[in-house]
Design a binder for this molecule. Sequence first.
Ligand code: ADP
Ligand code: MG
Length: 504
Amino acid sequence: MDYAQPPPDQAPDANGASNGPMIQSSDIFDGSAAVYQWNDEYGDVGPKLEALELELFGDPATRHERTGLDFRRIESIEVKQEGPVKIEPIKNFKEAGLHPVMLENVLLAGYTHPTPIQKFTIPAIISGRDVIGIAQTGSGKTGAYLIPILSRLMGKAKKLAAPRPNPATFCEGRDEVTAEPLVLIVAPTRELAVQIFNEARKFCYRTMLRPCVVYGGTPVPEQIRLLSRGCDVLIGTPGRLVSFLNKPRVLTLRRLKYLIIDEADEMLDIGWQEDIQRIMLGGDQDEGNVKYGLFSATFPKTARDLAKEHLAAAHVRFRVGRAGSTTENIKQIIVQTEPHEKRNVLLQLLNEMHGVRTIIFANSRQEVDCLDDFLFNMKLPVTSMHSERTQLEREAAMRAFRAGTAPILIATGVTARGIDVRNVMHVINYDLPSMDHGGIEEYTHRIGRTGRIGHRGVATSLFTERDEPIASVLTRTLLETKQEIPDFLEIYKPDLAPAGRWGQ
Ligand code: ADP
Ligand code: MG
């Protein structure tokens, strides 16, 4: 089967953003998606709302689409814990002591078993610990903090949360409030913030907790409008958060109880330290009363320093599998090629694995644009994304990719960080990451876009002589994840001298 051609009105334009979905949603930002509207007359738990339930959790018939997951495989993954207290992992969600509404929401979301990181972070956070969670991409880190935090807050929302207007009687210009979130989640990219927001919308269903997301590229007044309805769980990118923190009538952290940094390694790496410091310290919060969580796939020094500075000495740290190493259920192929042959190799790869969701990574925005034009002219259903696109273009590209109208997404590494789209079967590193832009950690993140939670995936990387600096650490990664080593990388194999060093 060849790629189904998208209908003409949804063909990507020269910039690669799909026209169709964009026109339909020209004034709808992902951040304005429906959330559960709490009514003061509800007791402790709100009633079910069928239409919203369908929107949040999808059709019950396909909700358990994930039953194909190989959970035995996942269960066998080892989790290492470090810290002064020992956390007894939970075995299942039922025995986790979750608020009954949270338990229902978890099941509605189709989560039948906790993932390894969730087994540890759920009891740790419920017992009030600061937590560092290091686990491969696709291992369920979002739920690992959202589930216990929101569950703990559910019973106490009425006491802790700021007063908010009743949606039924809301009057513009009269009832606006300052957003005083109990939970703040900071994420590096807009797409990721939206993705976390969407998970939060599910878990906040039927509760008083109101999620909200803020990120750059969307009109400030629109976001202020949403915040002014009340906000208990705020998700945001650093820049936009800092600009709202500078407007204390819009946003204050004085009620803050939990602060989570997601993709912590990335957040500390690309020049955001100042914003992060400002968020960690400068929002009126009572630092002694705030619980912290750092979540990441890798745990480099900058993140360790941040942890030392802010987390309680009694925090617990969990590492799933080997930090920074990729799961064995991703088949990694490295193809040696000449720079001028790359496009042909790419076409060949797309042809060999056609009709599947594919993400192609390039290292520069210009390259992303060029490849988009090239593949579009080859009549392939592509869309693309990088940081110079407008927010609407980025959201449209993600939507087209998710919906499958454009199953090939071309992106720069940073933009695609943390994105979770089901069934990405193939990741192609058209460019391998360079050593001074993320190196092997970036490689790990990128290929982690496939092989999510127990699914198998393929990651193919084009290797040219320019990539020699990454060759030895790449070879080591291949060995550690039990991959085949292509002949041309044999020379980079570490010395086997201390016998069996890699085989044990
Ligand atoms: P990470 O942050 O570790 O990369 P995510 O939190 O994005 O991973 O989760 C990856 C995917 O797995 C998401 O689609 C999420 O809904 C799903 N997921 C998370 N936990 C579970 C679970 N316990 N059971 C089934 N699916 C899960
Ligand atoms: Mg994540």
